[in-house]
Design a protein around this ligand. Structure first.
Ligand code: DQA
Length: 143
């Protein structure tokens, strides 16, 4: 198994960014836990956070040729705006799970639309950092 985790813009600030919405867990804490889970399952895990849409797109395109077989993505604010990021993930043809720390359906109307959900295997929204672990657990046990 080779799994790619993508964290979108501003998620580098987790822990200090609106903690009442996004929690106190840092991105490092999340990534550390995911690496532990992947190591225990002898899976390969690549993780990228970027504030730049182009860097995210380039990394997703690379997944078409580096043996990646599953993607876990929190597109962050790009969830609601980016057709180009959607196109990149669609181009890979790879199965993916969309993650949001907060429940986007309980928030502002402009967060309640996602350009990714109809392509995703599934969406986890509102379970905080735990959502990433549940998604990875799914990816690791799937066939
Ligand atoms: C988010 C929700 C988005 O609306 C927001 O722009 C984010 C984070 C989440 O994880 O809850 O940056 O994707």
């Amino acid at each position: 198994k080779h799994i790619l985790v993508i964290h979108g813009p501003n998620l580098n600030l987790l822990g200090k960014r609106e903690p009442e919405i996004y929690g106190k867990t840092t991105l490092n804490d999340i990534n550390k836990k995911l690496h532990e889970m992947a190591d225990a399952a002898k899976a390969k895990l690549d993780v990228l956070q970027s504030n730049s849409e182009g860097i995210l797109i380039d990394r997703i395109q690379l997944a078409m040729q580096d043996g990646t077989d599953f993607i876990i993505i929190n597109p962050a604010g790009l969830t609601h705006t980016s057709i180009t990021l959607r196109d990149a993930i669609a181009a890979t043809g790879l199965p993916f799970i969309e993650i949001h720390l907060s429940n986007i359906y309980a928030r502002e109307p402009y967060r309640q639309k996602s350009f990714f959900s109809d392509l995703a295997i599934g969406v986890i929204s509102g379970l905080g950092a735990k959502g990433y672990e549940l998604a990875l657990q799914y990816a690791l046990t799937k066939q």
